[in-house]
Design a protein around this ligand. Structure first.
Ligand code: PMP
Length: 356
């Protein structure tokens, strides 16, 4: 008899997968989704558009018209190409797979987005986490020293970072990019709609930099579409490990349609930025809290007791993320997604039950 224990890699057997809790019936403020639906009239038009999509054929492997539209709408610089993924998660996994020479390493500041580390491990690469400073600022000198020591294949810099919300300084990033001249530097701009600052205009200025984005936080988390902008020479290599037909026809057609209406999504992001400011003030006024400045659609908050805060909110049917076990720097920290005004009011009311 053969069992999984006989066949599956030892490190996989001892892994736990990416945790996604069941949020049915909860105010869902754990995963940085945009809370606003599409306006009804636009949703109806999208429905008509999707009705015309041929479901019997495989999707175009490199949908030229969609890629051109992304380049134009997202202001990808001339000379850069765009590679599509089933979410940016899949792009991370393609980059890991393509770079996973024996002994190759992945380096990123920690705490950071967990998939950099998980994906490196899936590809049997060592992950080097460089701790942020006590105030969650980038430790540029430590990053540069670690890059010199480990010569990583990939360096991830999330701009802004998740779960801290920090937007690293341009000059610090430039120093890291210069120091990482034997690495590929991936600037992850998942939260760009809320940061309003971007490396995209400079995506073609460095030999070793690519810029990764997603439509998830912009309001389209359900369609799973990420994109990588950079020099064609890099993208052509990642394209070789791309699963065939990775971006399905409905996703392609939805993105193609909604990119003509991106002003609607941009307006929602603007509303969420205003809500972020209001929520930060309100949460900061509760006893015992420290709210870290955020350039994302979420707030990192230190509370007296993260587990009690999480549990009280859960009982009040509000789902947030307790990140306190992620890293010692995040002791007693929770991450709150910025929701709609109604959701944020429910969140605040629930927080007041425990922070008093
Ligand atoms: N990068 C960062 C920094 C993220 O926080 C996330 C999602 N939490 C992703 C990438 C993945 O996004 P996607 O939905 O495109 O896979």
């Amino acid at each position: 008899m053969t069992t999984p224990q006989d066949i599956i890699r030892r490190d996989v057997l001892s892994m736990t997968g990416y945790p996604v809790p069941d949020a049915t019936g909860f105010v869902k403020l754990d995963a940085m989704e945009n809370p606003f639906p599409l306006p009804e009239a636009l949703a109806a038009q999208l429905g008509e558009h999707l009705a015309g999509v041929a479901l019997n054929r495989y999707p175009a492997p490199r949908p030229a018209a969609l890629i051109d539209k992304i380049k134009r709408v997202m202001q990808v610089p001339a000379g850069c190409d765009v590679l599509l993924g089933n979410g940016s998660d899949e792009i991370i996994s393609m980059m890991s797979m393509a770079c996973a020479k024996p002994g190759a390493k992945v380096l990123a500041p920690v705490p950071g987005f967990v998939m950099y580390q998980m994906s490196a491990k899936f590809a049997q690469m060592e992950f080097v986490g460089v701790p942020l400073k006590e105030d969650l600022a980038l430790d540029t000198d430590a990053m540069i020293a670690a890059i010199a020591e480990h010569e990583p294949a990939i360096v991830y810099l999330a701009y802004p970072n998740n779960p801290t919300g920090t937007l690293y300084g341009q000059e610090e990033m430039e120093r890291i990019i210069a120091a990482a001249n034997k690495s590929l530097v991936v600037i992850d701009e998942a939260y760009q709609p809320f940061a309003q600052q971007s490396w995209m205009p400079r995506a073609g200025d460095f030999d070793n930099v690519v810029v990764m984005r997603t439509v998830s936080k912009l309001g389209l988390a359900g369609i799973r579409l990420g994109y990588l902008a950079g020099a064609p020479a890099w993208l052509a290599e990642f394209d070789k490990v791309r699963p065939p037909y990775n971006v399905n026809v409905l996703t392609q057609a939805t993105a193609d349609f909604l990119l003509d209406h991106v002003d609607v999504l941009d307006a929602q992001a603007a509303e969420l930025r205003a809500e972020r400011t209001k929520l930060a003030h309100a949460v900061g006024a509760l006893p015992g809290t420290t709210v870290f400045p955020s350039s994302g659609n979420f707030l990192l908050v230190r509370v007296p007791d993260a587990a009690a805060t999480f549990d009280t909110l859960l009982t009040a049917r509000v789902l947030i993320k307790n990140v306190s076990k992620m890293h010692p720097l995040l002791a007693n920290c929770v991450r709150l997604t910025v929701g709609s005004p109604e959701e944020n009011a429910q969140l605040l009311a629930a927080l007041k039950l425990v922070l008093k």
